[in-house]
Design a protein around this ligand. Sequence first.
Ligand code: F6P
Length: 369
Amino acid sequence: MRKSRIGILTGGGDCAGLNSAIKWVVKTSLDDRLQRERDTSYEIIGIRDGWKGLVAADPSRGDAQEWLMPLDQNVVRTWDRLGGTMLGTSRTNPYSPKNDQSRKVLGNIQGLGLDAIVAIGGEDTLGVASKLSQEGVSVVAIPKTIDKDLWGTDYALGFETALNVITEEIDRLRTTAGSHKRIFVVETMGRTAGWLALEGGESAGAFIILIPEYDFSVQKINDLVLEGRRQGARYEIIVVAEGAKPSGGGEFIRDQGEDSFGHKILGGIGDYLATEISGATKLETRSLVLSHLQRGGAPCAYDRRMGRYFGIAAVDLIVARDFGKMVSYGNGRIGTVPLKDIVGRLSLVDVATQYDTERYNGRRTILSR
Ligand code: F6P
């Protein structure tokens, strides 16, 4: 039987569903029957803390093992139920122009004898995967991001669990908002894409939803709120993505510092809106930032299942030696997309067909345009 050693890592922001994908990569590649059929005996090595682990795990140094976690069915048995990532993560960019460590990564992949890498991540992590693939590394990828903005797939791990959090928290807010006749502005994540705010707001039945793809007018929000009150509303829930902007204004940035992929930390749009709305309407308005609650906790059933399917499909790609691809989901089927095609592109809300610019909400026609 041939032998093959596979490295697996998770990079970027954590989310629910990562551990399920890892578990199913491990279970599928180590499955006895499949190994016999494939005439290959696999070994799976977890790499800690994303690309940072592959920069650090230099086999010629004594501490390389600290960055590695050998995985088998016993180790991963319960992982599909667990949130976050048991391998840890980082936003390390080995190709950062300020500190290019890509040669170290290439050397370590070779030194560790890794025949293939499974990278689980969003656009930044998979951008690195794509570059490594172009340099000859055998890489396959699994999509994850609660922002659901990866190009080439209709689903990315973590999104559905995050929607559940948004919906549950808004359900909780409704009772207190109603008791006090208050407006609540709920700030979700979503730096460039409005999927979390839009689909979270739709799931929770929010009165107003604001997304990065369509700049809003504060005046219009106030008019909608006051009109709602005239029609008998006692309270309002307004959902706003962290990357949404007032027309003529820019993104709200909480921290000017940049991570190694050049991203600033966003935040503050919810507070800004609450102040503007209460000032103009004289209605008591509070804001709430859901922040990392959206990425935390146990995965919902959908993320467990999608993690399973993506993990199994990633192993299929490795067995077929069909590298340089990301597993994807579209039209009800698991498929694949070349990694090089997803780089530099994002999947955003199509305002013309998916957003109602009059109501600042989800669309009210679906079959007709
Ligand atoms: O991974 C994307 C994301 O969820 C963005 O929506 C958000 O701006 C960012 O993560 C926050 O990440 P961090 O954990 O680094 O603050």
